[in-house]
Design a protein around this ligand. Structure first.
Ligand SMILES: Cc1cc2nc3c(=O)[nH]c(=O)nc-3n(C[C@H](O)[C@H](O)[C@H](O)COP(=O)(O)OP(=O)(O)OC[C@H]3O[C@@H](n4cnc5c(N)ncnc54)[C@H](O)[C@@H]3O)c2cc1C
Length: 318
């Protein structure tokens, strides 16, 4: 049976350009899930894309990205980017991606009723049954996010029938502390875990290390700063990667992997960052995840593989 709309947008908060918090109310409540899980979200191909979105046939570009990575924003970067795009487009892999995107556009034109669906981590508390919250990045050349970003209050969306995923706190042994490392919207599952499972001043320590390009991209910062002020067992380490362009920032900067390797966790918590003390969660950018896995594996952390329970848990977004 074709997927049909079954939820309504009830809230939309613009965190920064290209970053929103979206709340939806499923027609059927309560919506059961475990903190850390994800669900499919979708809208039909006929929904208009936000004005700033690019053609769907261009390689993926995240809102605000510059020409210092293989992902290139051709509108901002001009001729240099155009040649970079041409170079990238010359490889067989990128040609396959371009072909897939071209096919998607043709599909949208051919079938405006087609439901475009992607996975999204749930950011809201698992016990609350009023709405489900998502933290979303706009991928300018993406198929779904330019449509999600155009949604207004009371618009209809599709939410998959069941939340899924094993990126939860279920496998963390009693007495262990939790280190949550995330880039960008990779913070979403941690918001759900904290909102659902943090016992303020309880025995389990929770540490969030959140990386973004600029301080204004650090979503949920006010909530997390307040939580850290009130709960001795919660530590919040926001980190930005572009301090030169964020002149009032006085906090940490650099890549998350370097912050982790710099003893920052030990200094914050007073505990050695070992598998006896902590489980590590990694979410978001696959590059960050890969680097931290290598670093943590060298210190005895073992990747969780479902049946073989480990101390290193990962959720890659792409
Ligand atoms: C388990 C899981 C949970 C996810 N949870 C979230 C979430 O909570 N919030 C969220 O914004 N996204 C999340 N994603 C990513 C999401 O599913 C989509 O891939 C993303 O929104 C892009 O969709 P699109 O159709 O606009 O782009 P597409 O046309 O599908 O293009 C995909 C490309 O966009 C880029 N991309 C995808 N996600 C991101 C991102 N978050 N940040 C930067 N670049 C990205 C990558 O280059 C990727 O190859 C999750 C993915 C998975 C697998």
């Amino acid at each position: 049976m074709a997927a049909e709309y079954n939820a309504t947008v009830s809230g939309r908060v613009e965190v920064a350009p290209g970053l929103i918090i979206l709340r939806v109310v499923p027609d059927r409540l309560p919506f059961e899930f475990k903190a850390g899980q994800y669900v499919v979200l979708g809208v039909k191909a006929s929904v208009l894309r936000v004005e700033e979105a690019e053609g769907e046939s261009e390689p993926s570009v995240v809102a605000g990205a510059r020409v210092d990575s293989p992902r290139v924003d051709s509108r901002r970067a001009g001729a240099g980017a155009a040649s970079a795009l041409a170079a990238v487009a010359g490889t067989p892999e990128s040609q396959a991606a371009v072909d897939a995107q071209a096919a998607a556009i043709a599909g949208a034109a051919a079938d405006p009723d087609r439901m475009i669906r992607r996975a999204y981590s749930i950011a809201s508390e698992s016990r609350a049954d009023e709405y489900i919250e998502f933290y979303l990045t706009l991928v300018l050349s993406g198929e779904l996010t330019p449509r999600l970003f155009s949604l207004k209050l009371r618009d209809r969306v599709y939410v998959g029938p069941k939340a899924v995923g094993v990126f939860t706190l279920d496998k963390v042994a009693p007495g262990k502390h939790v280190l949550m490392i995330g880039t960008g919207t990779g913070l979403a599952p941690y918001m759900s875990m904290l909102r659902s499972e943090l016992v303020c001043n309880g025995p389990r320590k929770f540490v969030v290390v959140h990386g973004a390009r600029f301080s204004w991209d650090l979503g949920y910062r006010t909530e997390l700063t307040g939580l850290a002020r009130h709960c001795r067992n919660f530590h919040y380490l926001p980190v930005i990667t572009r301090p030169a362009e964020d002149v009032t920032w006085r906090g940490r900067s650099g890549y998350l992997q370097n912050v982790i390797a710099s003893n920052a966790i030990e200094e914050e918590t007073g505990l050695p960052l070992t598998p006896d003390n902590f489980d590590i969660f990694l979410c978001g950018n696959p590059g960050m995840i890969e680097t931290v896995i290598a670093w943590a594996a060298a210190r005895g952390f073992v990747r969780d593989k479902g049946h073989d329970i480990g101390t290193l848990h990962t959720e890659e977004y792409w």
